[in-house]
Write a protein that binds this ligand. Sequence first.
Ligand code: NAD
Ligand code: UD1
Length: 343
Amino acid sequence: MSNSNKVLVTGGAGYIGSHTVVSLVQAGFTPIILDNFSNSDPAVIDNVMEILQQKITCIDGDCRSAELTESIFKDHNISGVIHFAASKAVGESVEKPLLYYGNNLLSLVTVMETMKKFGVTDLVFSSSCTVYGQPDKLPVTEETERKPAASPYGNTKKICEDIISDVVQSETGFRAISLRYFNPIGAHPSGSIGELPIGVPNNLVPFVSQTAAGIRESITVFGDDYNTPDGTCIRDYIHVMDLADAHVRSLLFLTEQPDENYYNMFNLGTGKGNSVMEVLKCFEEVNAIPVNYQIGPRRSGDIEQIYANVYKAENILGWKATRTMPEALADTWKWQQSLKKFS
Ligand code: NAD
Ligand code: UD1
C-alpha cells in the first residue's frame, strides 16, 4: 500500500459498505465510494456524512467500466480497495444467472485489472459463508471444505475467491483477504444508516423489523421441524459494525505484511449459533414490541445450521466480534423507525 490513506470502496453506499465507510473515516482513512445505486439509495451517503460530520467523495457509476475505474485511480491516489459491489439476492440469481455472473465476476476482474495497472496491491473482498453449503461438522473453520454452490450467487463468491487466489499467486505484489461473512444484522447505533431492502425483504431480520413496524402483517418462520433444539434453523448473526471494524483491521493487516504476495480468508461471525425463534423472541424482548409470526413450511435451499469457528480471525487479524445480538436488534429497530426519511 502506498502512503496515501485513500481507499476505494466499491458498493460503499450499500448495507455493509456504508457502515464500513464510517469505520474507515474514524480510523483515519479517506474512503472514495464507487456505487451505481443498483441496490442502494443516494440518501445513504448524506446520512453517512451526517454521522461523520464531513464530506465523503462518492462517484455514481459502475465498477465494470474500466474507463471509469481508471479515471478514479488517476484522480485519487488510491492505496487499497475494499470490494463490496455485487448483486446479492440468492433467489434472483437462480432466475437471472447471467446478471449475477456478469456483475459479480466482471466487477472483480475490472477492479483487479485497474489495481494492477496502477500498482495498487491491497484488496479486501466480500465473500460469504455460503461457500461452505451445509457443512458436515460445526463450527466451520476456514479449512472446512467448500461445497458445490447451491445457487449462481454462491458460485460467484467461490469463483471470485479462486480468481483472487490465482492472481495473488501469479502477479507480483498483490495482497488480498477474503472475508467470509456469516449473517450480518443490525445498524449504526445512531439509527441513521442500516439495511435498506428494496421491496419485500428476503432476509430474516429486515422482515422481523418490518413486521414489528406494521409494514408486513406477519412473518413466516420457515420450518420448525429441523434437527435443532427448537426445530428452527440456526445461523451465526453478526453486528454490521463488527463487520465494518473487521474490514478496517484487514486493510491495516495487509499493510503490515512483509511478504509481497499474500492471500488469506477469514470467517467473520460471532462463533455462536442462534435459532430463528431465538432471534424473534430477542427482538420482541429488547424492543418491547410484539412480532406476529406463524410457522410455515421449510424454504427450499435453506441449510439447517451453520456457525463459525472464529479463532483464525482472532488469532491472525486480531479481530473479534464485540457486539451482542440484543444490541444489534435494538439498533435495527432504531433504524427501522427512522426509515420514514427514505419514503
Ligand atoms: P448491498 O446490495 O446493500 O450493497 C452492494 C452495493 O453495491 C449496492 O449499493 C449496489 O448499488 C452496489 N453495486 C452493485 N453492483 C455494482 C456495480 N457493478 N458497480 C457499482 N456498484 C454496484 O449488499 P451488502 O449486504 O452491503 O453486501 C455487500 C457485499 O457483501 C456483497 O458482495 C455481498 O454479496 C456480500 N455479502 C453480503 C451478505 C449479507 O447478508 N448482506 C452476506 C455475505 C456476503
Ligand atoms: C441467505 C442466503 C445467503 C446470503 C444471506 C445474505 C440462502 C439459502 N442463503 O442466508 O447465501 O449470504 O442470505 O443475503 O438464501 N427465515 C424465516 N423467515 C423469513 C426469512 C428467513 O424463517 O421470512 C429464516 C431462514 O429460513 C433462515 C434464517 O431465517 O433459517 C436466516 O435467513 P436469511 O436472513 O434469509 O439468511 P440465510 O438464509 O442464512
